[in-house]
Write a protein that binds this ligand. Structure first.
Ligand code: ATR
Length: 277
């Protein structure tokens, strides 16, 4: 392709800090190739205090971007219009320039998690007893789509219980939610446990009792890792039915963002397969 033609290709980026290890360009360019969309997608390292100016500059010509740590709340504030799921998430991972020039803010993380559980793994959320570990931004982003699938009960457990309580208050109209600290977790084992804490990043395990697990429990660590995360290692050793890491969620949230931008839904299976090799 000549330089002049390349310049006409729609531009997309992922903004974050750090960003060099992001898998988003590989994923999005695989979607573009598969669906024959003429677009380019690269990483963009944003200085910590310059999100708005970098975004302003990008959208002079760019069409859309993904936002990752630590800018999702700033992207939420930056957007001119927000989808309902972004409003509930309180954070934006996808920005899109609309035809009138306004910037739409969306959040595709929660739908990415739900799609991975239901479609890729054939799991269940409806009528299930679900335990969510953590009460930070990552968990807030997924609660709305999880509750939309009507679990029987969703318990939020967090090291700092007051944060779980504050988060549950935001979502209480959307389903049956309870909160607890880690040590106070009790009752019947859960059907699905989702680790949304940052503990795995530090190689740590949230201190939860083994009684939350049974041989039928599914465990999901929202972190993607080449090797078993500490949480999934713990659950595997205790003999749970299934352990899943965040690879599928990463690819499904990317596919949903691609759909928001391009109006075309890519097939995620081959791209997931590419990363599992
Ligand atoms: P993120 O955007 O990744 O969710 P965050 O908003 O800072 O980041 O939230 C981090 C979450 O991981 C919190 O729920 C935090 O617990 P606290 O609210 O008690 O701080 C949790 N977390 C971080 N490190 C942890 C660890 N070692 N064990 C258990 N929970 C941890």
């Amino acid at each position: 392709m000549s330089k002049a033609v390349a310049d006409l290709v729609d531009q997309y980026v992922v903004m974050g800090n750090p960003i060099e290890h992001s898998k988003s360009p590989t994923i999005q360019m695989a979607f573009a190739k598969q669906t024959q969309q003429q677009m380019d997608y690269v990483t963009c390292l944003v200085p910590i205090d310059q999100f708005n100016s970098v975004a302003d500059q990008f959208f002079l010509t760019g069409m859309g971007c993904n936002i990752t740590v630590p800018f999702k709340e700033q992207a939420f504030a930056y957007a001119n219009v927000l989808t309902e799921r972004a409003q509930f998430a309180g954070a934006v991972n996808t920005l899109k320039k609309q035809s009138d020039g306004s910037i739409l803010g969306d959040n595709t993380d929660g739908i990415g998690l739900v799609t991975d559980i239901l479609k890729n793994h054939g799991g269940k959320i409806k009528d299930q007893r679900i335990l969510v570990l953590g009460a930070g931004g990552a968990v807030r982003g997924v609660l709305g789509p999880l509750l939309a699938e009507h679990p029987e009960l969703l318990v939020i457990a967090n090291r700092t219980e007051s944060k779980a309580v504050a988060l549950a208050e935001k979502f209480q109209a959307r389903g049956n939610i309870e909160t607890t600290g880690f040590q106070q977790l009790q009752g019947a084992p859960f059907d699905l446990i989702i680790n949304g804490t940052a503990a795995s990043l530090a190689g740590e395990l949230p201190p939860i009792p083994e009684s939350v697990l049974s041989a039928k429990t599914w465990c999901y660590d929202m972190m993607y890792s080449q090797t078993l995360t500490p949480f999934n290692r713990w659950a595997t050793d205790l003999g749970v039915e299934k352990c899943i890491d965040g690879l599928g969620m990463l690819i499904e949230q990317a596919a949903e963002a691609f759909y928001v931008w391009r109006g075309v839904r890519p097939d995620t299976a081959p791209v997931i397969g590419q990363f599992q090799k």
